[in-house]
Structure formats: C-alpha cells, structure tokens
Design a protein around this ligand. Structure first.
Ligand code: NAG
Ligand code: NAG
Length: 327
C-alpha cells in the first residue's frame, strides 16, 4: 500500500512536471509565434516589448530607437505613464538615491558657469543627462521615454489655459499650474505640495512656481529662422538655444525653475527634451552640422568619462542608445 502510494505520488509528480514543461514550451513558442504574427516582415518597422521602434532584419529586431513624443500629442495614458514613473523614482526609497544622483549631476557636480554660461558643453551634456534620466525612468517601465514640450506653438500663451493642449493641466496627466501666494507652492497636479517635495539638495519643501505672463521669443517664426542658420553660425545658433530659449522658460516659469536647483523640477525634463529636438533637427541638415564644434572641446563632463563629441549622433549614442523624436 505504502509502495503503491509512493508510486502514485512519483507518477503524479513526474506527469505534473512534464505538463509544466509543456506549458512553458508553449508559452515560449507562442511568444515566438506572436512575434512573427505581429508582422516582422523583412524591412518593416516593429515596436518591441519596450515600444522601441525597431527594424526587422532577417527575422530579428534591430536598430531599436527610443521614440520621444510631443507631450501634447500623447494620450492621457502615455502622459500618466511618464508622470507616474517620475513620481516613483523621485519618491520610492529603492529609486530615490539614484534620482538624487542624477539630479545632483546638474545641481552639484557640474558648475553652472561651465554648463550654462558658454557653449562648451551645454548641448551635449544635456543630451547625456536626458538619457541618464530616461534610463532611470525606464527601470520603472521600459516603455517610458522623455516627452518634449513644444512651447513654441504656444509662445504667446505658454502658461496654458487651453484644455487638452495644456501642459500645466491640474489633472493626473499634467504638471500642475502656477504656484500660489504666499510661498509660491504648486497646489495642483501630481507635484502639489501635499503630494510631493523637493530633495534636500533641491532646497527641500514644495515645488515652487511664479509664472511671468510674458511672451516667449521662440515662437514658430523665430524657431524657423533659428533652424535656418548655416553651419558657420553654429555659435549664434547655440547661443539662441541656450541664452534665449533655455533661459526664458527658466525665468518665466520662475520659482524652483529659477534657481540652481531647477533640475529637481519635473518640467525641466520636457523643456530640455525640446531643446534637444531643436538641436537634432539642425544637426540633420548635414554631416558638417552634426559634427561642428564639439570635437574641438577637449573637456570631459565633470564626474563622468564622457566628452561632448560622443553625444553628437542620436542614431548612435554611447551604450547603443538610439533616440528619435516624433513630430
Ligand atoms: C512645434 O509645434 C509646431 C506646431 O505644431 C510645429 O509646426 C513645429 O514644427 C514644432 N517645432 C518643433 C521644433 O518640433
Ligand atoms: C514673483 O515674480 C514677480 C515678477 O514676475 C516678482 O515681482 C515677485 O517678487 C516674485 N515673487 C516672489 C515671492 O518671489
């Protein structure tokens, strides 16, 4: 009886394991089958499981790009995916140390005179920093990319008030609005003072804003003429991006954005992503545009092993990162 029982148990265990193994195999097989079914036709473009845009070559997905999108054109789910990931990395203990490290590169490790007051590293440094930031967010959800905020389309009313077009929407899919008196704390959206706070290195306390209702210089017309600048006028192009487009948003949003701790403000990320898109568009005018200037800057980004010239080609960034911007 005992022996029969033993055999029964053994038999049962073995057939159960086989059944398990079969199921496992089926899952793998079905995944492959689904991949094929998804239409990996030679030369076609396919989104992989991280929603990177890949090319199908010999049945494999290659040349996968992170696709950064216009915040205003993202649906509510996509916006929330980004904002939720941002909140998770900036608040959960398991991520917060790395969030602090990424923010600290901007606030502490890189002197602002070097970063913002000349052309030496401003553009490629921020391109590197966006990828660092994006890598962190993608640890929460690998589908997340850094959205860009095209403020040029709303240059004369960038502070919002236009419904779905509104970057500063108070809902869970926006960045919240202007700060309020007396302390300029943001009181709506996912980053309101009761829900979120700045890091100690960011000054602590609530996220602050103090909107100046002034028109931005970088409207669509201005942007067109900036993008039309020839390669010989790179320094002019760079200065417009850095000293006008970049600075104006920091000044006009005010509050935390108008301090050296600005990197702790969530809006800094989509702002810089748009500047990066503008630079990339200009670079696409030709090889000489892509490679101008930074090969002659023999200076590493502080506390990293990178030089600016390593961050010129968005089709081929360090660590095999490829970035494209959807219009
Ligand atoms: C910003 O948006 C406007 C309006 O949709 C568009 O014409 C323009 O090309 C965009 N700018 C960039 C640099 O993407
Ligand atoms: C907010 O900005 C305005 C200028 O737009 C300035 O006059 C005011 O002092 C600022 N408020 C605070 C509390 O800093």
């Amino acid at each position: 009886m005992a022996i029969a029982w033993h055999w029964f148990v053994t038999y049962f265990m073995i057939s159960w394991s086989i059944a398990q193994a079969n199921t496992q195999e089926n899952i793998v097989f079905q995944a492959n089958y689904e991949d094929l079914n998804r239409g990996c036709w030679e030369g076609s473009f396919v989104l992989n499981e991280c929603e990177e845009r890949c090319e199908c070559r010999n049945g494999e997905l290659v040349n996968c790009y992170r696709v950064r999108k216009d915040f205003i054109k993202m649906d509510i789910l996509e916006r929330r995916r980004f904002l939720d990931a941002y909140k998770i990395v900036s608040t959960y203990p398991s991520f917060r140390k790395d969030y602090r490290r990424v923010v600290a590169y901007h606030i502490m490790y890189t002197p602002t005179e070097l970063l913002h007051e000349g052309p030496e590293i401003f553009l490629p440094w921020h391109r590197w920093w966006l990828v660092e930031f994006e890598n962190l967010l993608r640890r929460v959800d690998c589908r997340v990319t850094i959205p860009y905020w095209n403020w040029s389309r709303v240059a004369n009313h960038w502070w919002g008030g236009f419904g779905k077009e509104d970057f500063w929407s108070p809902g869970a899919h926006g960045l919240g609005g202007d700060g309020t008196t007396p302390n300029l704390c943001v009181v709506d959206g996912p980053f309101s003072g009761d829900k979120w706070s700045l890091l100690k290195i960011g000054g602590g306390g609530c996220l602050k804003r103090n909107f100046s209702y002034l028109h931005l210089t970088g409207d669509k017309e201005h942007m067109k003429s900036t993008l039309a600048l020839p390669v010989e006028e790179f320094l002019e192009f760079e200065e417009i991006l850095r000293e006008i487009y970049h600075n104006e948003i920091h000044w006009y949003v005010g509050g935390t954005m108008f301090t050296t701790e600005a990197a702790n403000a969530p809006e800094v990320v989509p702002h810089h992503s748009f500047l990066d898109k503008i630079w990339l568009e200009w670079q696409k005018k030709g090889k000489e545009y892509k490679n101008v200037f930074f090969y002659d800057v023999p200076r590493k980004f502080p506390k990293t092993n990178y030089y600016g010239w390593q961050w010129l080609d968005s089709d081929n960034l360090p660590d095999q990162v490829k970035v494209m911007y959807e219009d």
